[in-house]
Design a protein around this ligand. Structure first.
Ligand SMILES: [Zn+2]
Length: 265
């Protein structure tokens, strides 16, 4: 019989993660919107549940942790108790909405949240466009929340879609989702400011220039932390200058950005 493998030295502890989050600038009482790649954080003692516990401990009892929790399924009615979150939101988001004490919106563009402002963030009917001011991400912005990008880039940063809505960008591609009405099922069509999102990476330059993005390790991941208000302000300034700043130029042959360009009336 061989010896059981020893824990590699790279396993992070929840206490260590809390310390790293504090060093990054996460404060007790924060409303913290988390976009995360569990894989990039690497192994944590206690697993993904312990990482969620560490995020909650970092904001404390008066704080709130939120994550995106929408479905990618356009055709089926969303049930907050059973509908899986979209696979590209990752394993941490999937575990989070299923965790005890976590509340989830009851519409297809759901967010999940736990803590003091959870109900306020997830409440209400389907917001259209999906990420406008009266949506979970809009409420996190109104609450002066912080955005934590945990091993992911700004291409995952939904708050930039809020900035697009607030700036009134001229593009909007058609989408639909399915919701339950009074005793019947309704297909809701909408226009959404969507594209490939790769040029959301511009936010790195804008926020770094003004010292408004903290960066550092969390586990093995590279993490970015910023106030939602600073992010929206920087994006709206850039969008006022060029409303198409987030779209690839036609020469880049990006199918999604080209579709967004074609949608402009
Ligand atoms: Zn593109």
């Amino acid at each position: 019989m061989s010896e059981p493998a020893a824990f590699p030295t790279t396993v992070a502890t929840p206490e260590g993660i809390v310390g790293q989050l504090r060093a990054l600038g996460v404060m007790p009482g924060d409303v913290l919107l988390v976009h995360a790649s569990l894989r990039s954080v690497g192994p944590v003692a206690g697993g993904a549940a312990a990482l969620i516990g560490a995020l909650q401990e970092a904001v404390g009892r008066s704080g709130t942790v939120a994550m995106p929790s929408w479905t990618g399924d356009d055709d089926r009615v969303f049930d907050p108790a059973t509908t899986p979150s979209a696979p590209d939101l990752g394993a941490l988001a999937r575990l989070f909405w299923q965790s005890e004490g976590v509340q989830r919106s009851d519409h297809p563009f759901a967010f999940a949240a736990a803590g003091r402002h959870a109900r306020e963030i997830v409440r209400g009917p389907l917001p259209l466009p999906p990420h406008g001011p009266d949506s979970p991400v809009g409420r996190i912005h109104a609450l002066d929340g912080q955005v934590l990008l945990l091993g992911v880039g700004h291409d995952a940063n939904t708050t930039l879609h809020l900035a697009e809505v607030m700036a009134g960008v001229p593009y909007g591609v058609p989408g639909y989702c399915t919701v339950a009405g009074a005793g019947h099922v309704v297909r809701v069509r909408y226009r959404e400011n969507d594209h490939c999102c790769q040029r959301f990476a511009l936010a790195d330059e804008w926020l770094r220039e003004s010292g408004r993005q903290r960066e550092g390790p969390v586990g093995q991941a590279h993490a970015r932390l910023m106030r939602a208000r600073h992010l929206v302000e920087a994006a709206m300034t850039a969008l006022a200058d060029d409303p198409l700043v987030f779209l690839h130029p036609p020469s880049a042959d990006c199918e999604e950005c080209d579709a967004a360009r074609r949608s402009i009336g």
